[in-house]
Design a protein around this ligand. Structure first.
Ligand SMILES: NC(=O)c1ccc[n+]([C@@H]2O[C@H](COP(=O)([O-])OP(=O)(O)OC[C@H]3O[C@@H](n4cnc5c(N)ncnc54)[C@H](OP(=O)(O)O)[C@@H]3O)[C@@H](O)[C@H]2O)c1
Length: 340
């Protein structure tokens, strides 16, 4: 199995922006959503990622109601000049009711959120500040106007948006350059390719695919979330990972396995290689942020940046997404696809 083939390459974060490792690290699971965590293993994962050239670290104020930002703060302090810190505002999930989503994009909320994130992260400036979800009651120009003020005030360096439509991205970019759009993109989730990706390419925006491993499903590490994952695991509420949908979707992984065998690598590495290759296929910088809490997995995941899939292999893998049973979220109104 291919695991560690050295440091990864780089890609630009937004037009004229800094170079970051071509694969980032999703840190959400270290504090939130995916069952039991091990703080020591997570810390070792962060250090190993940095050694391998990963520089973009992804968190959000919503991950564990601030816990994830607090957990990452000592690592960021130890390596402040080597890391690009990305965090997000707009979403709060009440710990007493994790099924609820409160979304706010208004000026007073953003101002409060940025101060709280700066404090928890224990930094003077956030490198990349994302609007996590869109509150349709606030014009996006107004929201990005406030975010642009944060740049002028030196609290934030670059701006990002998550789960926005192509029209929202264009409107936002007209107010202030947007460095990155973060949206779900994987062998199972290709809805952004129709409009968001072409808009990002045209505007010089880097795509940051989240859940590039289909939240772990594409690695084969679980099949039915209800049976294989703990009671508090968020994936039990995602329609595609339970019951008949999960069984049907597991059967879709056969071509991923056969391509993996041909390369002598894991199915997860093929899933990641496919996402990395979107950069060449769609002609824009792509920096996926697979999430893991295990050093050996960060080695495996970064090694996938060195795999190139042939046209024949892409032809086997590309049709999978259209066959997936069940939506990405139970409520798709919070996604770009739900508003396109
Ligand atoms: N903007 C948004 O709305 C949004 C939404 C979701 C996520 N995100 C961000 O995107 C990041 C990544 O997404 P994600 O964590 O949801 O999904 P993902 O990266 O597709 O998958 C993560 C899952 O895969 C497992 N995994 C990772 N590498 C593996 C390997 N080599 N072999 C087997 N299993 C492996 C992880 O388990 P272990 O941790 O136990 O290794 C975890 O359960 C998050 O951490 C978060 O920062 C953003």
């Amino acid at each position: 199995m291919m695991t560690d083939v050295g440091r990864i390459g780089t890609a630009a974060l937004g037009e004229g922006g800094p170079e970051v490792g071509v694969q980032g690290l999703g840190c959400m699971g270290m504090s939130f959503a995916y069952g039991p965590t091990d703080a020591d293993a997570s810390r070792a994962t962060l250090e190993r990622a940095l050694e391998l050239g990963v520089t973009l670290y992804d968190t959000a104020d919503a991950y564990g109601a601030g816990d994830n930002e607090r957990f990452l703060a000592p690592f960021f302090k130890a390596h402040r000049d080597e890391v690009v810190i990305a965090t997000k505002f707009a979403l709060s999930i009440p710990p007493e009711d994790p099924t609820r989503r409160i979304i706010r994009n208004d000026a007073p909320y953003i101002r409060e959120a940025v101060e709280a994130s700066l404090k928890r992260l224990d930094v003077d400036v956030i490198d990349l500040y994302y609007m996590h979800r869109r509150d349709v009651n606030v014009p996006i120009e107004e929201t990005v106007g406030v975010m642009a003020e944060l740049v002028r005030e030196g609290k934030v360096k670059q701006l990002g948006l998550s789960e926005v439509t192509a029209d929202e991205l264009r409107a936002a970019h007209g107010v202030h350059p947007i460095a990155a759009v973060q949206s779900e993109w994987s062998l199972f989730s290709r809805d952004i390719e129709a409009r968001v990706v072409p808009a990002a390419r045209e505007l010089g925006v880097t795509l940051v695919p989240y859940s590039p491993l289909g939240r772990g499903f594409l690695t084969g590490s679980f099949v039915d979330a209800d049976q294989d994952l703990t009671a508090d695991d968020f994936r039990r509420r995602q329609p595609r990972f339970t019951g008949d949908n999960a069984a049907a979707n597991a059967a879709l992984l056969e071509p991923v396995r056969s391509v993996a065998e041909a390369h002598g690598v894991t199915p997860g590495q093929i899933a990641l290689a496919w996402v990395h290759q979107r950069s060449e296929v769609h002609d824009l910088p792509v920096v996926p942020i697979p999430g893991t809490r295990k050093p050996t997995r960060v080695e495996e995941n970064t090694a996938a940046t060195h795999i190139t899939l042939t046209d024949e292999e892409l032809a086997l893998l590309d049709p999978i997404a259209a066959k997936v049973a069940g939506t990405r979220y139970a409520d798709m109104t919070f996604t770009s696809a739900g508003r396109e």
